[in-house]
Design a protein around this ligand. Sequence first.
Ligand code: FMN
Length: 324
Amino acid sequence: METDFTVEQLRAAAADAVRAPSLHNTQPWRFRLRDGGIEVTLDRERRLPATDPSGWGARIACGAALFNLRLSLAAAGTPAKVRLRPYPTETDVLARLTPDAPRRPTPAEQSLYAAIPHRFSNRTPFWPDPVPADVRWRLGEAARAEQGWLELVIGVSAVNAFAEIARSANRVLERDPAYRAELADWVRTAPAPDGIPAAAGGPLGEPQDLLPSRGFGGRDRAPGRDFEPEPLVAVLGATGNTTTDQVIAGQALQRVLLTATDAGLGVSMLSQPIEVPGAREALRLSLGRFGTPQMVMRIGYGQPGSPTPRRSVDEVLDLPVARA
Ligand SMILES: Cc1cc2nc3c(=O)[nH]c(=O)nc-3n(C[C@H](O)[C@H](O)[C@H](O)COP(=O)(O)O)c2cc1C
């Protein structure tokens, strides 16, 4: 007979879920128990109306948090069955998890789980060391295991063509005062439980940079410490672009990120070419494949860094009210 998930299990798994990445570190998720199942809901109050009018980024973040939640439950020996978008009329309930048969975690689950606290966005220049073929293959497998796909942009001319798309998307976004104001609003110069700490923003952009960085503030770079001239760029995508596809892409993204962390790699995300519809289409055409690009990553070996802050678990849980 199936048992229900408990508040303790929800709390422990949500503590891992909140380590997921999110646009500007907005953390647009909530977790609750309903009829013995754990549900992941999108928090509309934490959406970014100018940067993310469709809610794509918020659903990617919730999908990434869902992956951590599943992994955490599996690592504790209490894996879950997952239904995405379980209630057709409640569009912000993105997933419902119910208990599956208890079992020991697999070695792969254990190593991905161990990577959760060590993953962070590394926006500093990477070393020139190439990412070995077997590691590239593992990253692709990670995306495929979650029904996503990963295309590596290989070769100088392909990387330059991608960079042109990304820079023009960034210019389009930066022309919008509401976008700039939202970005400035989420940069933190004093300790805060959300937003981007100025120290995590990476070096300030310079004219010779191939890829655009978000204007998170950041610091001047040391002389000679430019970004790698031929970065390893990876595009993650899904079969389509429905809200369910975006949640699937979020899970695939998190599996790729944790696989990279486990392999000792640093990753930064750049989503400007996803946010501008024309750029996203140009990117899709340049890859020559079906499906919809959902995220772009720069991957390499880099300097150590540290995780960014999160709100406490209690702030993101909706617990059942006890009856008197
Ligand atoms: C949908 C999405 C889009 C993102 N886009 C960018 C981006 O364009 N540039 C960037 O530097 N980081 C981007 N990030 C990374 C977030 O800023 C980062 O996850 C957040 O600040 C939390 O920090 P952490 O990744 O170190 O935990 C994105 C993350 C998500 C989920």
